[in-house]
Design a protein around this ligand. Structure first.
Ligand SMILES: [Zn+2]
Length: 602
């Protein structure tokens, strides 16, 4: 084997979770935070003018602190993901959270210090050579600062948060670990599934009857504990709303939009395009239902695989997957291919299929060493190859900005999913092209539809639910019955009343509603996906695309989303045209799926 299935973490911090190097790093970071706080207390803009060298030191130190926390955070998360039963991880996580909290306080202090600088001086500061590259970020920080309360109150809120919003979020994980689904295995023998196992089978089991029987058992398991989940969701949201109100706003979308550096007008246009264009995806689901021998698809069929006779999929070894990704990345961008090769050669990837690993996949960058790490479980399916290409897309994004100031690397979630989706699209399309039979091609196109169906229908439903829930929560505690009804209606609306079954307890089963930071963990995905499709459409037309693409990625934490699209793509995100161009690509896939499956349902 050419490439290892396991990553190298020792080169980040030697010696595992109890690494002395790691402990030293945390201690040093703590000291740096305290010293920055002191320096901030003494900083005086007037006497620092006109060079502002003292301020340059302060902002450099803040960025170094953030890089240290990122470096340590990646390592701790990596150990926890690769060895999910390791009891030493949680205490380290808590220690890091505490540090991040202190760093946040000192960053808040710096923001408020900026507010004190008169406008004319602030403009002069931003024009100095050292500060010019981070002018956008400093302006953003100063604007944030204007909304902050006094230091003591902010510090109190952030300490309360550890036992409030953040605590409810981690309480959710504890609750989920107690959810069991009594069911039976494929041979009919009684068994008990964990929430994670049941979820995987509900959405991914190849047998439609097994999935259909599992859905009521799944819903019942969440019904049994719905009051506990409702309490958790209500209090997490209640804490958040109180926090917003203390900062003078009742608009619960204001903060999430600001986090994603996008306007409400852009969000509304994006959703409008989604709503206006979902019919072809509903037609796809109807066709899928017909192939499964049904009139309408159920909730449990939406993401299910389609294993038609002769569709046995190509199996990749890890080395083959690496070669496939490097080759197809290279057709778009030699630099993307080179980065992927670097990741494989330097053991950045944990891919082994074994017990004791956390589910899911992620990429995190190591800001101090200019590397990344990727976590996933590789079983050899074409889907796994696409997932790997997704995470490598994230890593490519990190790699083209790692020479910029730390603040300029702090891109938001909506653009974070751009490079990853782009990488995934390249490889998913290559998979379809490489298919040897129509049946295999159908199976791959079906798998490729998971993304648009999730974005246009499932996440649309989650967004509708979440906005309505927050509206209601502003007035009262929301009961489990009301939560079920809100969710059921949102699903029916988003799926055009086209499904035969729904999952009203998705508000309890979906982790994303319980993430404390950031709020509204849904619309940025749709943005990233459609934004990336728009870029992909452009890439297929243009010759010197690579430089263009890298220039766009380098500006992802340097302007608003609207400015980014205008500057690098020449489009207006508040207008439907750009979004529409991405939709066209999905329609092409669906049309191909319809053409190939037409003879099978006649
Ligand atoms: Zn991603």
């Amino acid at each position: 084997m050419k490439y290892a299935l396991n990553w190298d973490l020792d080169s980040l911090f030697a010696g595992g979770i109890n690494s002395t190097q790691l402990k030293t790093k945390l201690t040093e970071t703590k000291t740096a935070i305290a010293s920055l706080g002191d320096l901030l207390d003494r900083w005086d803009a007037a006497s620092d003018a006109p060079q502002y060298q003292q301020f340059v030191k302060l902002i450099t130190q803040l960025q170094e602190i953030s890089a240290s926390i990122g470096q340590a955070g990646l390592f701790i998360m990596a150990v926890g993901s690769a060895d999910s039963a390791n009891p030493d991880v949680a205490p380290m996580e808590a220690e890091l959270r505490g540090l991040a909290n202190q760093a946040e306080n000192v960053s808040g202090k710096l923001k408020k210090v900026l507010v004190q600088v008169p406008d004319a001086n602030f403009t002069a500061m931003l024009a100095t050579p050292d500060l010019k590259p981070i002018a956008f970020n400093l302006k953003e920080m100063r604007d944030d600062g204007k909304e902050l309360l006094d230091d003591k109150t902010e510090a109190l809120i952030s300490r309360l948060n550890l036992d409030g919003k953040a605590a409810w979020s981690s309480h959710y994980d504890s609750l989920v670990s107690t959810v069991n689904v009594p069911f039976h295995d494929a041979d009919g023998n009684p068994t008990t599934l964990s929430a994670g196992q049941a979820d995987n089978n509900l959405l991914g089991n190849a047998d439609p009857d097994y999935r259909a029987a599992l859905l009521p058992a799944w819903e019942q398991a969440w019904t049994d504990k719905e009051q506990l989940f409702a309490d958790t969701l209500n209090h997490l949201a209640g804490f958040r709303l109180t926090e917003y109100a203390a900062h003078g706003t009742t608009d619960f979308l204001r903060e999430p939009l600001k986090d994603n550096r996008m306007s409400a007008a852009t969000l509304n246009t994006m959703w409008q395009v989604v709503d206006d264009n979902k019919q072809f995806l509903l037609d796809y689901l109807d066709r899928k239902a017909a192939l499964l021998g049904k009139k309408h698809a159920g909730w449990q069929d939406v993401e299910a695989p389609l294993n038609l006779p002769g569709s046995a999929e190509h199996h990749f070894t890890f080395d083959e997957a690496a070669a496939f990704i490097i080759k197809h990345y290279g057709e778009f961008s030699p630099k993307m291919a080179a980065l992927a090769q670097r990741a494989f050669e330097n053991n950045w990837i944990e891919a082994e299929d074994r017990a004791g690993k956390a589910p899911g996949g992620w990429m995190e960058s190591a800001p101090e060493t200019h590397e990344s790490r990727i976590f996933m479980t590789f079983t050899g399916s074409p889907n796994d190859v696409a997932t790997l290409a997704h995470e490598l897309g994230h890593a490519f994004h990190s790699s083209v900005i790692d020479d910029l100031p730390q603040l300029r690397q702090d891109y938001a979630m909506n653009v974070a999913e751009t490079a990853s989706t782009f990488g995934e699209l390249i490889v998913a399309d290559a998979n379809v092209k490489a298919a040897k039979t129509d049946a295999e091609k159908i199976a791959l196109l079906n798998a490729k539809m998971d993304n648009p169906v999730a974005m246009f229908l499932n996440i649309r439903a989650r967004y509708l639910f979440e906005t309505r829930f927050y509206q209601l929560r502003q007035q009262k505690l929301v009961t489990p019955a009301e939560l079920n009804e809100l969710m059921l209606n949102a699903q029916k609306e988003a799926f055009g009343h086209d499904l035969s079954t729904y999952s009203p307890h998705l508000w309890a089963s979906k982790l994303h509603f319980y993430i404390d930071e950031p709020a509204f963990y849904n619309f940025p995905y749709v943005f990233g996906y459609l934004f990336s499709l728009g870029i992909y459409a452009k890439a297929q037309q243009e010759g010197n695309f690579e430089d263009h693409y890298i220039a766009l990625l380098r500006d992802t934490a340097n302007m608003t989303s609207e400015e980014l699209a205008q500057k690098h793509l020449g489009v207006d995100l508040t207008q439907p045209d750009f979004w529409q161009a991405g939709v066209k690509l999905i329609k092409r896939d669906v049309a191909e799926f319809m053409r190939l499956t037409d003879p099978l349902v006649k």
